[in-house]
Design a protein around this ligand. Structure first.
Ligand code: BGC
Length: 342
């Protein structure tokens, strides 16, 4: 395992952004950058040893800074996913957030964690990113100190370890928003997906949970047995998966296998493990004509996300696993993206 630091560019206000390349003996390379604590590239071999970059993104920092960037590879927060009407209350105090996605708040607001330059350094075998979100930033209470450590194992596991503390009670939900394409490009509809979830959170037409947890049994939402992503997708609400699957709570805080995706031609596999109670499976339904890496143009359903997280709009659903964090508590979550071949 080795880590090299390099210069990635400067933001509009002149802040330097660093990139780090993590490599292992198997020849896997992962590039992460301090802007948005994001994953820039993941190069892994297929079953014939051919390398490809399996995440969507841009050639240079400029693309990530642009308004066309649909959160490629970024860490979303303070609250990833949606909060209904941008409102929630905590201990009787009402908080109001930017409504940046129809009537709702999405991915932490107008300048969420995906748009911040994080502090970043190599520490042992990991790249440690940290960031302090001031009290009141984007409408959220409490100064939140966050750390995200990236490490790569010799078993081709990219591990993301999150931790956070606050000085006032707040809500948080952190995720990584990588768009994967295990063929390195083209449609993802022939990728085979399996998600180990019996229920999902039913959403209204603005993608806010109604509160109902519905069984996937006998429906187009059932991904418990591996099937092509495209097999039932036209029957899915909105014409594509963009839903939170409810995972069994992990015992003893160990990450559990939430999802497995296989690209049948090259045989690359991705397994997603998490300590979180949910995973948002999003099939890139809103990608449209985005000029990406190496001249690629990304369109609808050419990337998929496995956003491990708490359930959407939890602050307004006391019956959902809580997203509250109080002073003295430490938020800790782990996500592993494990690559291989079949
Ligand atoms: C959401 C999608 C959204 C995408 C990009 C996903 O997490 O569920 O609805 O379009 O992020 O913003």
């Amino acid at each position: 395992m080795g880590i090299e630091q390099e210069y990635f560019g400067k933001t509009g206000d002149g802040r330097e952004v660093a990139a780090f390349v993590l490599s292992n003996a198997g020849g896997m390379h992962v590039k992460v950058a301090s802007y948005g604590a994001m994953i820039v590239s993941i190069e892994v071999p297929d079953r014939g040893g051919r390398m490809a970059d399996v995440v969507l993104g841009f050639d240079a920092l400029g693309g990530y800074l642009g308004k066309d960037n649909p959160y490629f590879g970024a860490c979303c927060g303070r609250y990833a996913n949606r909060i209904a009407k941008g409102r929630f209350s905590l201990d009787g105090v009402e908080y109001s957030l930017a409504q940046n996605n129809g009537p709702n708040a999405l991915h932490g607001g107008l300048a969420g964690f995906d748009k911040k330059v994080w502090d970043a350094k190599i520490e042992g075998d990991s790249v440690r990113m940290s960031f302090a979100s001031p009290d009141g930033e984007e409408g959220y209470p409490g100064t939140l100190k966050i750390e995200l450590a990236y490490s790569l194992s010799e078993e081709n596991e990219l591990k993301l370890e999150y931790s956070a503390t606050t000085d006032r009670k707040t809500v948080l939900n952190l995720t990584n928003h990588s768009y994967f394409n295990l063929a390195g490009g083209g449609s993802i509809l022939d990728h085979i997906v399996q998600i180990n979830a019996e229920r999902y959170t039913v959403v209204d037409d603005t993608a806010i949970p109604t509160g109902e947890l519905r069984t996937v049994d006998g429906t187009e939402m059932d991904l418990r047995q591996p099937i092509p992503i495209g097999q039932n997708i036209s029957s899915v609400q909105g014409g594509g998966y963009d839903h939170n699957y409810c995972l069994g709570q992990s015992a003893g805080g160990e990450p559990v296998l939430a999802a497995r995706v296989v690209e049948p031609r090259g045989g690359r596999t991705l397994e997603c493990l998490t300590t979180e109670p949910g995973v948002q499976f999003y099939t890139g339904n809103f990608l449209e004509n985005i000029g990406g890496k190496g001249g690629a143009v990304y369109n609808r359903q050419e990337g998929f996300c496995l956003e491990t997280q708490h359930w959407p709009d939890s602050p307004n659903h006391p019956e959902f696993p809580t997203t509250e964090l109080a002073p003295g508590e430490t938020y800790a979550q782990t996500c592993i993206y494990r690559f291989g071949t079949d």
